[in-house]
Design a protein around this ligand. Structure first.
Ligand SMILES: Nc1nc2c(ncn2[C@@H]2O[C@H](COP(=O)(O)OP(=O)(O)O)[C@@H](O)[C@H]2O)c(=O)[nH]1
Ligand SMILES: [Mg+2]
Length: 410
């Protein structure tokens, strides 16, 4: 394969009506600035005549077609395209003309600055606009999704599907395993892109056809975010989830206590409420906080969790009482001592849960990369693997030599 300046990756599923408009516009835009570019269409064997149409377009335009027979999904299609790309620069856009092809040169030119790692055709920077027909729900939906990604990146439009990066950034990113649609966000986080430039665009509604973004994809987005949080914050994120679960458990404890008091004597009601809250916490921690260990036997984990709660309670009690006995200042402030006890108990409980209760025994390929002192269970497991397995493999790229990044658009 001969290398070129730019590969424009267009994932498609049933886009036969849009491609005859899109391809000539892309070609005109890149030729206008003298870019040597290929348009790589990655189609998941669409039931309309997208593949045939692409073959016809390829006779006249710089179109290359990749048809995937057995896989479906936008993000994996983009990754597939990136692996096959011949260009030194990779640009991704929708086929539906919601992303203006005329902006391609501007996005690519931004990468001439070696400081810039990633460029976005953004809907949310000054000068940008979205289609007037966007209803309140769609606007709110997009904003909330952006807001949820805030701890990962300060970018104004991390949800964008119109973006560009160097192929070398893709190749050196941590292993990519996005769930759902947000491959741009995945690349920013796992490519460790610090300098992201946003170019304002006018985001139009799709020209023909309907969006494939379903409610299921929105749920997938939350699951994807959780993975990225784990990647970015490692054990701190688990600790945060664990504390949130503990807080919710406190609510369950008090609510069930209030109800049970009407039926049971005091001691039994208190015991049953604590047990209910503990079971609730176990379920949430197994389902969310330490979901990597979900395949381990639940009963064994449940017994170990109850035991670890007991140890946590012991530490809580020991600290609360011990501090008051050993230090007269605390004796005057018993609630403060109890608070320290509670924090110590929760911390101890967390450590036990992370290291023993919810230990996943086999999770090769987990891309945990803690940036803080608390390592995640996945990283702890990786540490026990042979060095060659524990290392992060780069993303495979095709054999095409990558052109060094001389300025491609002036
Ligand atoms: N190859 C492939 N492309 C897809 C798939 N789902 C969506 N696309 C393409 O990804 C782009 C974005 O999808 P779209 O339906 O426009 O989503 P929206 O822009 O979020 O409404 C379009 O070019 C779609 O044709 C898929 O499963 N496989
Ligand atoms: Mg679209």
């Amino acid at each position: 394969m001969t290398p070129c300046d730019l590969t424009i990756i267009v994932p498609t599923y049933r886009e036969a009506a849009n491609l005859p408009v899109l391809v000539p516009r892309i070609t005109a835009a890149v030729h206008h600035v003298g870019l040597d570019a290929e348009i790589l269409i990655v189609d998941d064997n669409s039931p309309d005549d997208t593949p045939d149409l692409c073959r016809r377009l390829a006779a006249e335009f710089p179109v290359r077609l990749e048809v995937r027979q057995s896989e479906r999904g936008l993000s994996s299609a983009v990754i597939h395209g990136m692996r096959q790309a011949r260009g030194a620069v990779l640009l991704v856009m929708d086929a539906d003309l919601s992303h203006p092809p005329e902006k391609i040169p501007e996005l690519v030119a931004a990468l001439n600055d070696p400081e810039i790692d990633f460029v976005i055709g953004s809907r949310y920077v000054p000068g940008a606009a979205t289609d007037e027909s966007w209803g309140l729900f769609r606007k709110l939906n997009s904003r909330v999704a952006t807001w949820l990604a805030r701890p990962l990146t300060r970018v104004a439009d991390p949800m964008a599907g119109f973006f560009a990066l160097r192929k070398t950034t893709f190749a050196s990113a941590a292993p990519l395993d996005p769930i759902g649609y947000k491959i741009g966000l995945e690349l920013i986080v796992k490519g460790r892109c610090r300098q992201v430039r946003e170019i304002p665009i006018r985001f139009a509604d799709r020209l023909h056809g309907t969006s494939k973004l379903t409610l299921r994809e929105q749920v997938n987005y939350v699951r994807h975010l959780k993975r990225l949080y784990e990647f970015q914050f490692g054990g701190w994120f688990h600790l945060l989830l664990f504390l949130a679960v503990g807080l919710a458990g406190m609510g369950v404890d008090l609510a069930s206590y209030a109800v049970l008091l009407a039926w049971l004597p005091l001691a039994a009601a208190r015991g049953a409420a604590i047990w209910t809250a503990m079971t609730f916490n176990f379920w949430l921690n197994r389902r969310f906080t330490f979901s990597a260990a979900r395949r381990e036997p639940a009963l064994r984990q449940y017994a170990a969790f109850c035991l670890s709660c007991l140890c946590g309670a012991g530490v809580n009690w020991g600290l609360s009482v011990g501090l008051c006995r050993l230090n007269s200042a605390f004796d005057g402030h018993r609630l403060a001592a109890a608070m320290l006890g509670a924090v110590g108990g929760a911390g101890f409980n967390f450590l036990l849960s992370r290291s023993f209760v919810f230990r996943a025994r086999t999770r090769v390929g987990a891309a945990a990369q803690p940036q803080c002192g608390v390592s995640s269970p996945a990283s702890a497991e990786l540490a026990t693997l042979p060095a060659s397995l524990g290392q992060e493999p780069a993303n495979q790229v095709s054999e095409a030599p990558v052109r060094e990044s001389e300025p491609v658009v002036s």
